[in-house]
Design a binder for this molecule. Structure first.
Ligand code: GLC
Length: 650
C-alpha cells in the first residue's frame, strides 16, 4: 500500500458524503479501497490523464466503486470473505464446469434452476451461461451484440430468475460465470441509437468518421475477423452518414475506450454483474478494446492497462469475483493477459488455454505430439496464482493460431501442416473420420478455422452414418481421451454442453436465415431431453460417454495433485505418439499418458523412472488396475486412443 496523502484525502472527501461505516461493517471495503487507490489512480491517469473530462469521470468512477459496494448483498460479501480465506479458490481441483446456451439447453432460466440435479449427477459445479442480456434475435451473434447490459433477454426470463438460479446454485456450492461484452454493443443499444440520431456525446462512445480517411488507415493493418460473413472493419451508417468501426459483425459497434465515460459506464456494468453474484466474469474479446492506426488493433498495451484497471476496481468492490480474459490470440500474447512485470498475476485471473486446445486437435489428426511439445515453453510461462480454462470444444471455432516455428520445430512445413489439419477436419481427406467444416476462410491469407462438435470431429457422426461399430468405439475412445487430457492438465475444465453425451453436428441452422451465415451453429445443439434420457441406458453411446466423463470429473475432484499448483512437467517424448505429463505436489504424483494415434503403441517403463524416487507399481485410476513398472527395455502397451491416469505406489 502506497500512502499518497493528497489522494487519500480526496477519496476520504468523497466517502464522507456516503453512508460508509469505515470502522465497522465497511472496514474491509475501506481498507481495500485505500490500498488499491494509488494503483487505480496510476492506471487511470496513464490512459486518461490528458482527457478534458478525466477528473470528472474519475470522481464518478470512485463513486461507482462505493455505490456498488453499498449495493452488494450480505451473502455475497460473506462469500467474498470465504473465498479469500480459501486462498486462490479457482486453482482448486474440485471445480468442473459446463458452458451452455440457456435457451438451447432447456428453454429458460427457470427451467435451468430445475436442471441442477443433472449437473450434480455429472459432477459439474460451475456453469458458464452464454450471453443472457438483451440482444436482437436476428443480429445477435449468439448474444454477443447487446442492446441492454442490465436487462435479461425475455427469451431467457428476467433478472429475478437469474438471481434465483444463482441462489439455488450457491446452496449447492456451484459457481456461476457470465459474460461482459466489453468491446462492442449492438447497433440497437440506446447509446448507438442516440449516436445515429446525431448526438455528439454518444457518437464519441464509438469510432465514427465522416469519410474513409481514417478508416482506410485502420484497414491497412487490421485483419478481418469474419472475412466471409463480415469483411472489413467499418460499416457505413445511412442514418448518421458516418463510417462506424465494426470489427466483428456490421451490427456490432466497437466501443471507444479513449472516452473515459465509456470506461466508467462499462465499469458500472461490470460491478452490476458482480452484484448479481457472478464468480468469474468472462471478459469477451479483451484483445480488441484499444485501437490505434498503424497496428492490428489487437493486444495493444493500453488494452492491458484497461484490464488492470478493471481488475483493481473489482478487487476493491467484489474481491471474490475473478476475471477471465477471453483472449484467443497467439500463444505469447495470451500469456500477457495474466499481467506482466509488477502486474504479474494482477490482470486477468483466468484465460482460455486456446493454444493447448488447438494443439490437442493437432495431435488427434496427426497422431504426433511434437508440435504440441514445441509450444509448451510458452504455455508453461503462466504465473502462479492464475489459471486456465481447459477445454476441447466451446461455442466458437477452433483456430490454428499457434506459431509457425512450433510446427517447423516438429519438422513439418507450416503451410502444408495447416492445410492437412483443415482438410482432415473438414472432410476434404476422403478417409478422414472427422466431419466438421471450415469457418471464416480468408482467400487473401489462406487462413481458416474449424467448426464441428467434439463428437463429429472425433468421428462419431461418420461412424454412425456408416454403422461401423469399430469406428464408433474408436470415436468414443477419442472423445474420452480428449476430455481426460484436458481435465488433468491443471486449470478449470469446461465441457461444452452436449459433449457429455456425444451430440453430433446439428445442421438445422442452415434452414434459419438468421444463423445460416455462421457455421459455428452446427456445434451449438438444441438439447433433446428424450435423447438425454439415454444416459441411463447401460451400454448406449450416450451412457458410455456420460459415465466416462462423470468418472473423469469424480477422479479429478479426488486428486488434489491435479489442482493448478503450477506443477505440470511434460515427460520426455520417448514415443512421439504419446503425450505424457506428470503432475506432482509434495510426495503425490500422477502421470497422465495419452496415445494420440490409431495404433497400439509402446512406451518404455523408463519414462516413469526419470522423475523422482522410483516406485515399483503404478495404480491406474482410469482402468482401476495396478501395473508393475518393468525394465527399461520393456513397455507399457497402450491401445489406440487409450489413456492412463497413474499414481506411483510402493
Ligand atoms: C468472442 C465470442 C464470439 C463472438 C465474439 C464477438 O470471441 O466468443 O462468439 O463472436 O467474441 O463478440
Amino acid at each position: 500500500m502506497t500512502f499518497n496523502k493528497q489522494l487519500h484525502e480526496y477519496v476520504n472527501k468523497i466517502i464522507a458524503k456516503k453512508k460508509i461505516d469505515m470502522m465497522g461493517k465497511d472496514n474491509a471495503f475501506y481498507t481495500r479501497l485505500m490500498s488499491n487507490i494509488d494503483t487505480i489512480d496510476h492506471l487511470y491517469r496513464e490512459i486518461y490523464g490528458h482527457n478534458p473530462v478525466a477528473d470528472l469521470q474519475y470522481e464518478a468512477l470512485i463513486n461507482t466503486l462505493i455505490d456498488a459496494h453499498l449495493c452488494r448483498a450480505k451473502d455475497l460479501r460473506d462469500k467474498d470473505e470465504n473465498k479469500i480465506e480459501k486462498g486462490i479458490w479457482f486453482l482448486s481441483n474440485e471445480i468442473a464446469g459446463m458452458s451452455l446456451y440457456v435457451d438451447r439447453f432447456c428453454g429458460n432460466l427457470q427451467h435451468l434452476s430445475q436442471k441442477l440435479s443433472y449437473f450434480e449427477n455429472l459432477g459439474v459445479n460451475f456453469l458458464h451461461l452464454m450471453p443472457l442480456f438483451e440482444s436482437p434475435e436476428g443480429e445477435s451473434d449468439g448474444g454477443y451484440a447487446v442492446t441492454n447490459f442490465r436487462k435479461i433477454d425475455e427469451r431467457f426470463g428476467n433478472l429475478e430468475d437469474l438471481i434465483h438460479l444463482r441462489k439455488e446454485m450457491q446452496k449447492k456450492d456451484m459457481y456461476l460465470m457470465i459474460d461482459i461484452v466489453l468491446n462492442h454493443t449492438s447497433y440497437h443499444h440506446e447509446w448507438a441509437k442516440k449516436a445515429k440520431a446525431g448526438d455528439k456525446n454518444y457518437q464519441d462512445y464509438y469510432y465514427m468518421y465522416d469519410d474513409r480517411w481514417i478508416p482506410n488507415q485502420f484497414d491497412e493493418k487490421m485483419p478481418d475477423i469474419f472475412p466471409e460473413s463480415a469483411p472489413g472493419n467499418f460499416t457505413y451508417d445511412e442514418a448518421c452518414k458516418k463510417w462506424v468501426m465494426t470489427v466483428f459483425h456490421r451490427y456490432q459497434w466497437d466501443l471507444n475506450y479513449r472516452n473515459p465515460t465509456v470506461f466508467r459506464e462499462m465499469m458500472d456494468n461490470i460491478l452490476f454483474y458482480a452484484n448479481l453474484g457472478v464468480d468469474i466474469l468472462r471478459i469477451d474479446a479483451p484483445a480488441f478494446i484499444w485501437k490505434e492506426t498503424g497496428t492490428t488493433c489487437q493486444n495493444l498495451p493500453q488494452a492491458h492497462t484497461l484490464l488492470r484497471l478493471i481488475k483493481h476496481c473489482v478487487l476493491v468492490t467484489a474481491p471474490g469475483m475473478a476475471l477471465l480474459g477471453e483472449a484467443i490470440v497467439a500463444p505469447k500474447d495470451i500469456m500477457k493477459y495474466f499481467g506482466t512485470g509488477s502486474f504479474t498475476a494482477k490482470e486477468c485471473d483466468v484465460a482460455y488455454n486456446a493454444t493447448h486446445m488447438a494443439l490437442q486437435w493437432d495431435m488427434l489428426a496427426s497422431g504426433d505430439t511434437r508440435v504440441m511439445l514445441a509450444a509448451q515453453h510458452e504455455i508453461l510461462q503462466k504465473p502462479y496464482g492464475t489459471t486456465w480454462i481447459n477445454y476441447t470444444r466451446c461455442h466458437d471455432d477452433i483456430g490454428l493460431g499457434y506459431d509457425d516455428y512450433m510446427i517447423e520445430h516438429a519438422g513439418r512445413n507450416p503451410f502444408e501442416h495447416r492445410k492437412f489439419l483443415k482438410d482432415y477436419y473438414s472432410g476434404a481427406i476422403w478417409n478422414s473420420p472427422a466431419k466438421g467444416a471450415l469457418f471464416s476462410s480468408n482467400p487473401k491469407t489462406g487462413d481458416a478455422r474449424i467448426s464441428g462438435s467434439l463428437a463429429s470431429l472425433c468421428g462419431l457422426e461418420k461412424a454412425l452414418e456408416e454403422n461401423n461399430s469399430y469406428e464408433i468405439d474408436l470415436s468414443i475412445r477419442k472423445i474420452l481421451m480428449m476430455q481426460a487430457h484436458s481435465f488433468f492438465l491443471g486449470g478449470i475444465p469446461i465441457i461444452f454442453y452436449g459433449d457429455e453425451l456425444g451430440y453430433t453436428n446439428d445442421y438445422s441452422y442452415l434452414n434459419d436465415p438468421r444463423k445460416s451465415y455462421d457455421n459455428r451453429w452446427m456445434h451449438r445443439p438444441v438439447i433433446n431431453w428424450e435423447k438425454n434420457k439415454k444416459i441411463e441406458e447401460v451400454g448406449s453411446i450416450e451412457n458410455i460417454i456420460f459415465q466416462g466423463t462423470k468418472k473423469l470429473i469424480t477422479l479429478r475432484k479426488n486428486l488434489f495433485v491435479v489442482g493448478d499448483h503450477k506443477n505440470l512437467t511434460w515427460l520426455t517424448p520417448h514415443n512421439h505418439h504419446v503425450a505424457g505429463y506428470l503432475r506432482s505436489y509434495d510426495d503425490k504424483k500422477l502421470y497422465g499418458i495419452f496415445n494420440f494415434s490409431n495404433q497400439t503403441v509402446y512406451l518404455t517403463w523408463y519414462a516413469f523412472k526419470e522423475h523422482g524416487t522410483f516406485k515399483p507399481t503404478l495404480y491406474d485410476y482410469w482402468k482401476e488396475k495396478v501395473f508393475s513398472v518393468g525394465l527399461d527395455n520393456d513397455y507399457l502397451v497402450i491401445e489406440p486412443y487409450g489413456f492412463h491416469l497413474m499414481e506411483p505406489r510402493d
